[in-house]
Design a protein around this ligand. Structure first.
Ligand code: 13P
Ligand code: 13P
Ligand code: MG
Ligand code: MG
Length: 375
């Protein structure tokens, strides 16, 4: 009898936790530099109610510059209509408030007129993963402002495929086999998987072009999810410039995955990303504490923040502000030096994006004006 009980207990599937990070720029304060505290408070109170009525297990609301970030845990899996609908409602209510305050670009990322079941393709950015919690489940949620979704390609490669960054790939037997990268061809809207270290060079040919190929997710060789990013590119969704997508990324760490320090280490180098000023310039990605993520100089330079959590039965124990650490001071100094260097190019490439990538481009009009004078 006892044994039967034991068997039934073992057969019960493990409870799953879904982490959904859904974000949108629904209005900047002031200009595109930050978010208004009243909008953040409104989002907190709405998600507080959703927690009370058990739609979600837990949440954290924050902002990276002018992007409102909803970090939620729940039991409903990825792409849940209920969870996406909840986020949409929060963004709608926030947009109303933003309009009242005449915040800048109120409702900037609300491209669709009505919610249709999933926020993907409607403007907001989404990164999600469904996991069976390990004995200890440390995660980091990265959030960017003034940068395009390809901004995570470089750090994700470093975390999961570069032994000069992640010594665990060499000395931890459970990581020694490497990882699988899911890459999204955003212009053709196709996905495929590449395995490292075997296909590392193939992977780099593609993801080195972060405007075309974006790492959507990383898996262990056993197929467990390790990282998940938002890959939406707003101007492709809308067919014209509307925003710069300012991406988010969820990464799990430790115990067969990169250590927290290996996950943060790539950001000690403020690599160049697109998305600065009018979405049309390259600039260094500066890692800062959340309270310093208010990009103001030339609307930048691009920012990344890192919220660390221990996930415990769906609860978000945190956030810990992972870049609030003097060990990232040098990256910030270097980013400022790089910003000076890039700024001195003014309107010249490669500070300004190549014409084909320029999101507020005036080229067609200029060419039209010059037509009659062309010989
Ligand atoms: P602890 O011994 O503090 O758990 O650290 C393990 C580790 O090597 C982290 O990089
Ligand atoms: P956001 O996408 O963060 O609104 O920035 C717009 C911009 O280009 C500011 O220069
Ligand atoms: Mg904005
Ligand atoms: Mg933004």
């Amino acid at each position: 009898m006892k044994q039967t009980n034991k068997k039934t207990a073992a057969a019960k599937p493990a409870q799953k936790t879904t982490i959904s990070v859904i974000k949108a720029d629904i209005g900047g304060y002031v200009g595109h530099s930050s978010s208004h505290p009243d909008v953040i408070e409104l989002a907190k109170s709405m998600l507080g109610k959703a927690k009370q009525n058990k739609t979600i297990v837990d949440f954290c609301v924050t902002n990276c510059g002018d992007d409102l970030e909803l970090i939620m845990t729940h039991r409903k899996g990825c792409d849940s209509k209920e969870i996406h609908g909840l986020a949409w409602k929060v963004f709608e209510a926030g947009t109303e408030l933003a309009k009242k305050l005449k915040l800048y670009g109120a409702g900037q990322d609300m491209l669709a007129d009505a919610f249709s079941g999933n926020v993907k393709g409607m403007g907001p950015g989404v990164a999600e993963m469904e996991i069976v919690e390990r004995k200890s489940e440390p995660i980091i949620v990265f959030m960017g402002d003034k940068c395009a979704p390809g901004a995570w390609n470089f750090p994700l490669f470093k975390m999961f495929a570069d032994p000069f960054n992640t010594i665990g790939l060499i000395i931890d037997p459970s990581m020694h086999d490497g990882f699988v990268f899911e890459v999204h061809d955003i212009k053709k809207d196709k996905n495929f998987k590449l395995s490292t270290p075997e296909e590392m060079y193939d992977l780099l040919v593609l993801i080195g072009s972060a405007e075309n190929y974006i790492i959507k997710a990383v898996y262990t060789k056993k197929g467990e999810i390790a990282a998940s990013s938002s890959t939406q590119k707003l101007y492709l969704i809308a067919g014209k410039y509307v925003g710069k997508d300012d991406p988010v990324l969820i990464v799990r760490g430790q115990s067969g995955l990169p250590a927290m320090g290996e996950i943060l280490e790539p950001f000690a180098f403020p690599h160049l990303v697109t998305g600065w000023m009018r979405g049309s310039h390259y600039g260094p990605l500066m890692p800062t504490a959340q309270k310093q993520a208010n990009p103001s100089r030339f609307d930048g330079p691009p920012r990344v923040i890192a919220a660390g959590f221990q996930v415990s039965d769906g609860k978000l124990i945190g956030p810990r502000d992972m870049f609030d650490d003097p060990s990232f001071d040098y990256a910030r100094i270097q980013a400022n030096q790089m910003a000076n260097f890039m700024r001195q190019h003014g309107p010249f490439e490669p500070h300004r994006l190549p014409l084909a990538e320029m999101e507020y481009t005036t080229l067609p009009e200029v060419l039209k004006k010059l037509q009659s004078r062309m010989k």
